[in-house]
Design a protein around this ligand. Structure first.
Ligand SMILES: [Zn+2]
Length: 302
């Protein structure tokens, strides 16, 4: 049973939206593509454990803290007497391992060693369990999910699961019987309450409203070539149709995330969407989805 679903982090969303509206510098673009890729791998893993057998609780994307040290867990599975901490890596291509480090064969770049990250999380999580007076076996695993990944000179460390071993890992997991008790469920609740929703360590790139490209774009192919037909926006590139109110709401939410300090008014959202749409339509979407503050021309929404 999934107790906490996985969503894109704010950082990924911000970079994704920015990438559609400005030219990211190389560093931000690299960061963005890495986050996108990582998320894709996590979703792939989620699909694999969707129908996990026996009684188990799944908590995705936890950010926890012990003694001022933060650690993140991609997937945490509570089983009878045992907790699995899983880190999912979507590395692609040929890599090799050398004295505990992972390098790309092509670029010789060093990747952050997932095993070290994992061991750190395991240590911190075990401390947390002791603080909570809970007694579980903790097993941590780094799963390389991408079928196009090869790791030369991999150590036979059983905390590494290579692409060809992923299915076996899941069937082994399914074969372990598990009945959960109330205290297992209590622990899950406690962990959810300890989760930090905002990452303390990621700074989005700096940008200004004026730099961002305005306009509505297609949700499917990201083309800004959109026209209006009755109640829909229609994409001139791929033909995708989306209800006008839905498109506007999607763009308001994007505005809110990208420009959290800005007041949301009909005027600014009209400018943001930059369409031939009547202001009244935009005003209606705002009224239906947000709370209006003030009653004059200065009305804004939150
Ligand atoms: Zn399209």
């Amino acid at each position: 049973m999934i107790l906490k679903k996985r969503f894109e982090s704010d950082e990924l969303l911000i970079l994704r939206y920015l990438n559609r509206r400005i030219k990211l510098n190389e560093k931000d673009k690299f960061r963005y593509l890495n986050l996108e890729k990582g998320f894709e791998g996590e979703i792939k893993f989620d699909q694999l454990i969707e129908n996990i057998q026996e009684e188990r609780l799944i908590l995705n994307d936890l950010l926890l803290e012990v003694n001022n040290s933060y650690f993140q867990i991609d997937t945490l599975i509570i089983s009878q007497g045992i907790i699995y901490l899983i880190d999912i890596k979507n590395f692609e291509g040929d890599c090799y391992m050398e004295s505990d480090k992972i390098f790309s064969v092509k670029t010789r770049w060093e990747y952050k060693n997932p095993i070290n990250q994992l061991k750190r999380s395991e240590t911190l999580f075990s401390q947390l369990l002791r603080i909570l007076k809970c007694n579980y076996l903790v097993e941590s695993t780094a799963i390389f999910i991408n079928p196009h990944f090869t790791l030369y000179q991999a150590s036979m460390d059983n905390s590494i699961i290579l692409p060809s071993q992923v299915n076996r890992f899941i069937s082994n997991l399914n074969n372990v019987p598990s009945k959960l008790t109330n205290s297992d469920k209590q622990l899950a609740k406690k962990l959810l309450s300890l989760h930090h929703p905002k990452t303390p360590f990621s700074l989005p790139p700096s940008y200004h409203y004026d730099q961002l490209q305005k306009g509505v774009y297609c949700n499917k192919c990201i083309s800004y070539y959109m026209s209006i037909e009755k109640y829909n926006f229609v994409c001139g590139n791929c033909g995708e149709r989306e209800k006008i109110s839905k498109v506007i709401l999607r763009h308001i939410n994007e505005f809110k995330l990208l420009l959290p300090g800005q007041k949301i008014t009909t005027k600014i959202i009209s400018e943001w969407c930059n369409t031939e749409l009547n202001r009244r339509t935009i005003c209606r979407v705002l009224k239906n989805n947000f709370e209006a503050v003030g009653k004059t021309k200065e009305t804004y929404y939150r």
